[in-house]
Design a protein around this ligand. Structure first.
Ligand code: SF4
Length: 292
């Protein structure tokens, strides 16, 4: 996992109109970094963003840059959409982030995500999903809690397995245990929390995982690379080493959609239907379903 400071990128605009997978729920994505420092971690083996040639431009997947003027770019984009000189304000529903992680190691020093959240307190979008693989999101719990009183916010942490070290794979950027505990603490602060079990990877104990999710989050989004990587039948992911690694490590049944539906059944029995959503429909659902 890279901790090296990336080069600065100057950007006039930081909100990107959505297309494809996220367009059913979100109007824009926001990425404060270009590329991702978690490329060498476990999630880098299945990362869907690495297939975006507009970002990689033929380079190996990794962190390429940081957007220096992220906060002012957000302010400018927000005002163009919500405070136009002519015409009506337009919807602004943001997914942060689609092609990087908002809580990279570099964020601890650069604070780009934090600066955007600070600006959002002044200029809230209509909805915001903050999606990360790292417990570092807790640093911004104060801002996220404040923002959740002004607009619809979901704090979403990917927890794709309960194995803190999954045999046959590189280490996680942040252990599932640490991510679950961070999610639970965010929830206790009154922030709507979501666990993205995406893509579903091998579980050591599905019943126990369901119990841990039940106490850590308001809802779960369950997904599998065969239906969730934005290509028919998981064609993009099939070009990566993910399936071969799973099979080599003795986890072949987790390469089947049958296992996804079995997992959904177990989670649904404990959490209830309305707290377990699946695939694109789940990711794009912005309904407030906080469980008190
Ligand atoms: S954190 Fe997200 S964008 Fe970064 S490598 Fe992992 S899956 Fe890809």
């Amino acid at each position: 996992m890279s901790t090296i400071a990336p080069p600065w990128i100057e950007n006039q605009s930081i909100l990107t109109p959505t297309s494809g997978y996220l367009a059913a729920g979100f109007t824009h994505t926001i990425n404060a970094y270009q590329g991702c420092a978690f490329a060498g971690a476990l999630c880098g083996t299945f990362c869907y963003a690495q297939h975006n040639h507009w970002i990689t431009r033929g380079r190996d997947w990794g962190l390429y840059g940081a957007k220096r003027n992220a906060r002012t770019a957000y302010r400018r984009d927000h005002d163009r959409i919500k405070r136009p000189a002519r015409g009506e304000p337009r919807p602004l529903k943001i997914y942060m982030s689609s092609a990087t992680d908002p809580y990279l190691p570099q964020e601890a020093r650069l604070g780009l995500t934090r600066s955007i959240l600070e600006e959002m307190i002044e200029r809230p979008p209509d909805a915001l999903v903050i999606q990360t693989h790292h417990a570092r999101i807790e640093r911004d719990a104060d801002l996220i809690a404040d923002l959740s009183t002004k607009t619809l916010v979901w704090a979403s942490i990917t927890i794709e397995t309960d194995h803190d070290r999954l045999p046959g794979f590189p280490p996680h950027a942040c252990s599932p245990t640490d991510r679950l505990e961070a999610l639970a603490r965010l929830r206790r602060r009154g922030i709507p929390t979501q666990a993205a079990v995406s893509p579903l990877l091998p579980l050591a104990d599905t019943q126990d995982f369901a119990r841990r999710l039940d106490s850590a989050c308001d809802r779960v989004i369950l997904d599998h690379y065969l239906i969730g990587d934005g290509s028919p039948g998981g064609a993009r992911t099939r070009r990566t080493t993910l399936a071969a690694r799973l099979i080599d490590a003795g986890f072949e049944r987790w390469t089947s959609l049958d296992t996804l539906w079995e997992t959904r059944e177990i989670l649904t029995k404990l959490l209830g239907e309305n707290r377990v959503l699946v695939g694109r429909e789940g990711f794009c659902s912005l309904s407030p379903t906080r469980i008190e």
